[in-house]
Write a protein that binds this ligand. Structure first.
Ligand code: ZN
Length: 483
């Protein structure tokens, strides 16, 4: 057998003003021999595929693997260039199996469904006899084009995405069994008519994930994926869908997708994001008797395309006069440059944050001490080691700000501690992240509190100004679910 492996991923926030061009991919991750490097977020599956194929003595052709930090719409030329590089390799390689690591919520100028487009073109090249297996982020807009072109689609099950490697093994095994003729996968999905975010380390999602896994391998069910959807990508298919793959059994795939999809609908009250606003969250945390309390600034998550330079929380921390507070990670290359020039220990006037978009609020003028500077920082998440760029620790009167020149979210306490700031010495730790912070920070936190604040990815799902979504959804519309 001959297997070709490749990756192309970004998550597009169509409301973000940050363009996603070639530089964003080169800055993010860009390699034609990605399995020779440490695993990145979307390259981790390629490591598994390469290893499993080698174990079987199969030939592996490695094409481009690249991904960009989520931002605004990808430019047409960038998408077409990257897509065509992979498709040209596919034409030359003519493999039995194509395995792709895609995001599922990539939108480019002229392409509302990049994954559907690349999969359709790959199918045209490969013909009906070739097998196409895909691993996607669960924050996907699952489309008919994707399902028709691919044989196998498996999404991450965990949010935070700590299971990319495990899901890659499943994609490989299902694709291999298909190529060997021992299974005939059929995929069916169920539209949950919901737009929300679902945190899998907590109930009720923890049991939902466990039950999906328990059902896999039962009767004819091969794989189940809850496609959470990505609320800030305006397109016709935005929303949550349940995907089932069965072995040749259309009815079982249909019924199982509907069963799990309806179960999610019945749990909808858990997903209202009924959280405290910024003053409520800060006041609550400051009154806690156990520290550190971790506050998630959900709305300024770079991983969902936000600028990561909003100042709403910092402004309130200063207004309340709170101390022993750490906030990470502000994206402010200008402030990083100034701190570098001034050096460690220097006093500096900075105009921090609030630069990219009106959704970031106003910049804040403060006098800070440069406590530390580190180049080439990284943060771990699952099997991946994620780039953080140059990190700077700025302090003003017990308020500690971690600033970076590379736009990324706070994944792990390393973003503080590699700079020398132990989070156990803080009362309040604010992370600009919706959920990926959870794996690293929750074990160290006295409590985790999500903030319903202003910002580019505010969790007011009912008020996202969609132009392209024409179907009704909870929580905006009164749907009258059966459950
Ligand atoms: Zn995701």
């Amino acid at each position: 057998m001959k297997v070709m492996i490749a990756g192309l991923a970004t998550e597009t926030n169509t409301f973000s003003p940050i363009p996603t061009g070639m530089h964003a991919f080169q800055e993010g991750f860009f390699d034609r021999e990605s399995t020779k490097r440490a695993p990145g977020f979307f390259s981790a599956p390629l490591h598994e595929w390469n290893r499993l194929a080698q174990e079987r003595g199969w030939e592996v052709i490695e094409s481009l693997c690249t991904f960009a930090q989520p931002g605004g719409v990808t430019t047409r030329s960038t998408y077409e260039t990257l897509r065509d590089e992979i498709l040209d390799d596919l034409k030359r390689a003519a493999p039995d199996i194509l395995l792709l690591s895609l995001h599922g919520a990539m939108i480019a100028e002229g392409y509302e469904d990049c994954e559907g487009d690349i999969l359709k073109k790959a199918r045209d090249i490969l013909g009906e006899s070739g097998v196409i297996g895909v691993e996607i982020d669960l924050h996907t807009h699952l489309t008919d084009d994707m399902m028709q072109a691919a044989d196998i689609i498996v999404a991450f099950k965990e949010y935070p995405h700590i299971d990319t490697a495990e899901r890659a093994v499943e994609v490989f095994e299902l694709a291999a069994a298909t190529a060997e003729g021992s299974i005939k996968p059929v995929m069916r999905d169920f539209d949950c008519q919901m737009v929300a975010m679902y945190q899998t380390p907590r109930e009720p999602m923890k049991s939902f994930v466990a039950d999906m896994q328990a059902r896999e391998g039962q009767h004819t069910i091969l794989s189940l994926s809850l496609i959470h959807g990505f609320p800030w990508g305006d397109c016709a298919r935005v929303g949550t869908r349940m995907l089932a793959i069965s072995d040749g059994d259309v009815e079982a795939a249909d019924q199982t997708a509907a069963e799990f999809g309806q179960r999610l609908q019945s749990l909808r009250d858990y997903f209202k994001a009924d959280w405290p606003d910024i003053p409520e969250a800060l006041n609550y945390a400051s009154r806690s008797e156990k520290f550190p309390v971790v506050l998630a600034d959900f709305a300024d998550n770079a991983g969902a395309g936000a600028p990561a330079d909003s100042t709403f929380v910092l402004k309130e921390v200063l207004r309340l006069g709170l101390k022993d507070v750490g906030i990470a990670i502000f994206w402010d290359p200008g402030a990083v440059m100034m701190a570098r020039e001034a050096g460690i220990g220097a006093l500096l006037r900075v105009r921090l944050g609030g630069k990219v978009d009106v959704a970031s609020g106003q910049p804040i003028d403060i006098a800070v001490t440069v406590r530390n500077i580190q180049e080439y920082m990284t943060q771990p998440l699952g099997a991946a080691n994620i780039k953080m760029g140059t990190g700077v620790w700025l302090e003003m009167d017990g308020v500690h700000m971690i600033v970076s020149d590379h736009r990324t979210q706070a994944f792990h306490p390393d973003c503080f501690e590699k700079l020398g700031l132990d989070i156990d010495t803080l009362k309040i730790v604010v992370v600009k992240s919706s959920q990926h912070f959870y794996a690293g920070f929750a074990p160290r936190a006295s409590e985790v509190v999500y903030i319903k604040g202003a910002g580019a990815v505010t969790p007011n799902y009912a008020s996202i100004p969609y132009k392209l979504k024409s179907t009704a959804y909870w929580p905006r519309d009164d749907i009258g679910f059966e459950t």
